[in-house]
Design a protein. Structure first.
Length: 88
């Protein structure tokens, strides 16, 4: 069986994030086996348009939303709708 690429590992981790919860880019990198690759995680997610992989549930370590390939405002709306963040 071939080894999974880092990208495949990242997408598997993100796919398992439950509705209403988030992980940071660093947490996803760590769970994918490369703790120093949080920027690479962001680049992978930026290119993902598979609706079954909830990229909007990955946020920055400081708690801010970070980027989203469908727009940062859309990311915030989705996270609030799922109850993953509180109104400021």
């Amino acid at each position: 069986m071939p080894m999974k690429s880092f990208k495949e590992k990242v997408l598997e981790v993100v796919k398992r994030i439950p509705e209403g919860e988030t992980l940071t880019y660093k947490e996803v990198a760590t769970l994918s086996g490369s703790p120093d690759a949080s920027r690479a995680v962001g680049n992978i997610l930026k290119q993902n348009y598979d609706k079954d992989i909830p990229c909007h549930r990955v946020i920055r370590s400081d708690g801010s939303f970070g980027g989203y390939n469908r727009g940062s405002r859309r990311k915030e709306i989705l996270l609030r709708k799922e109850g993953a963040c509180k109104r400021r």
